[in-house]
Design a protein around this ligand. Sequence first.
Ligand code: B1M
Length: 213
Amino acid sequence: LTLEERLASYVVEGTKEGLIPDLTLALEKYMPLEIINGPLMKGMEEVGRLFNNNELIVAEVLQSAEVMKASVAHLENFMEKNESAVKGKILLATVKGDVHDIGKNLVEIILSNNGYQIVNLGIKVPPDQLIEAYRKEKPDAIGLSGLLVKSAQQMVITAQDMRSAGIDVPILVGGAALTRKFTKNRISPEYDGLVLYAKDAMDGLDLANKLMD
Ligand code: B1M
């Protein structure tokens, strides 16, 4: 197997044996984020496909998630840190009913390495908790992540509840459950502030930077 194939296979197989040495090798060729978005994501896509076909069980997918998390944690040490003054404060959460957090945590890493103060509320965050955290933290923006189909609908509800609570700071939404179109047609009309769709973590950073300018 090539290095790239091996990296994808650690994720698919859910094994960490040999992972760190291969990540070290990969760092000679690629930037940390290229390794995540390239071979590691390719592995995750394969896991999603196998899971969908009932060829993997949840316990196996969890092991794959562990490998992804360990890889991201390792690669984070090699990411460029932009030590500029704090550009803004962003509240991050995976919406109610959804446990997927790898993408959200990647967004946290990218944003915090680039001058943002992040308050990460974790997973399965109901609107009430988000509203309470908003009042306490007074963030400049709120980022919501969701991977399940039902999470897209949950984002609509969350936006409605935040509007009722008088919140209108920009919200950034992302995750496999969403599309730009859904964001524009279904979430935006339910919220008083800007609603921006981020296709990946770097896109999230670009959007945040535009907002803070
Ligand atoms: Co789940 N799962 N899962 N799962 N899981 C999916 C999402 C699924 C598509 C797999 C499939 O069937 N093909 C499917 C959803 C089907 C649907 O609703 N259409 C699914 C399912 C069904 C489920 C369960 C219901 C399974 C079950 O229990 N029967 C269950 C749900 C539990 C719940 O949430 N209530 C479940 C559980 C799990 C695990 C716990 C085992 C594990 C999650 C572990 C964890 O996150 N800690 C897991 C995993 C790993 C996946 C897949 C395989 C991989 C997700 C991932 O981490 N990708 C996933 C299939 C897939 O996506 N290929 C799947 C890597 C990550 C870096 O990408 O999160 O997409 P992603 O983030 C991207 C962008 O989306 C974006 O940036 C990132 C890249 O830079 N982004 C943002 C994300 N959030 C953002 C926020 C932003 C900006 C960008 O701004 C705020």
